[in-house]
Ligand binder design. Structure first.
Ligand code: GSH
Length: 219
């Protein structure tokens, strides 16, 4: 029997939850190891051996150690090609290229403004950190422009990469979950008809619902 892969980090972390969603879609057995970010455990010498930047997640599969959530997801899809959702990372060079294009768009265009807003609007108040209204305004404008592009794409296509739910969509779940459910900016998504339809569909997948449950129950 295959040894379960190991994920280090809390499910409330957006990057960790991206990997968890992928593992659940691929039906790959995993063990989750807690890393207390508030206590700075991610900066300890032992952890830096598996994640040299001192961030979560870190990941191990037998002798392989990886960091960077999107790279871990791509690895999982390639290694476990015959398990779980077989469409998750495409089935031919063209579908893979389209998925990669939108995973990159998530990392390069969507993530910077959305993660800044998640921090400012959802985490800063909980951590008793003062919010920066200028930064919030600036990132809200940037995200609105990105979502206008998404709305147009999603008018032509059911999902970002094409006709199937793929890594391209999955990658957007973590930040969007916080923006829609833990801030007062849900309207950024709800005011765009095609984005709203897409969000309703991707956020109701069983894999993502399990991750959200884990966020409520695991430290
Ligand atoms: N690009 C990285 C981002 C990792 C990241 O930013 N992790 C955050 C949590 S979501 C973290 O470890 N924060 C604590 C710190 O930076 O000390 C990935 O996708 O894995």
């Amino acid at each position: 029997m295959a040894t379960p892969v190991k994920v280090y980090g809390p499910p409330v972390s957006t990057a960790v939850s991206r990997v968890l969603a992928c593992l659940l879609e691929k039906d790959v057995e995993f063990q989750l190891f807690s890393v207390n970010i508030a206590k700075g455990e991610q900066k300890k010498a032992d952890f830096l051996k598996i994640q040299p930047f001192g961030q979560v997640p870190a990941f191990q599969d037998e002798s392989i150690t990886l960091f960077e959530s999107r790279a871990i997801c791509r690895y999982l899809c390639d290694k476990y090609i015959d398990k779980g959702n077989k469409e998750l990372y495409g089935t031919n060079p063209l579908s893979k290229a389209s998925i990669d294009q939108w995973v990159e768009a998530e990392g390069q265009s969507f993530n910077p403004p959305s993660s800044a807003l998640v921090f400012q609007l959802a985490f800063a108040p909980r951590m008793k950190i003062k919010q920066d209204p200028g930064l919030i305004r600036q990132n809200e404008q940037k995200l609105a422009k990105v979502l206008d592009v998404y709305d147009k794409r999603l008018q032509e296509s059911q999902f970002l990469g094409g006709d199937e739910f793929t890594l391209a969509d999955l990658s957007h779940l973590p930040n969007t979950q916080y923006l829609v459910n833990a801030t007062d900016r849900a309207n950024l998504f709800g005011s765009r008809k095609n984005v709203e339809r897409w969000w309703d569909e991707i956020s109701s997948r069983d894999s993502w619902k399990k991750v959200v449950d884990m966020q409520k129950t695991t430290a």
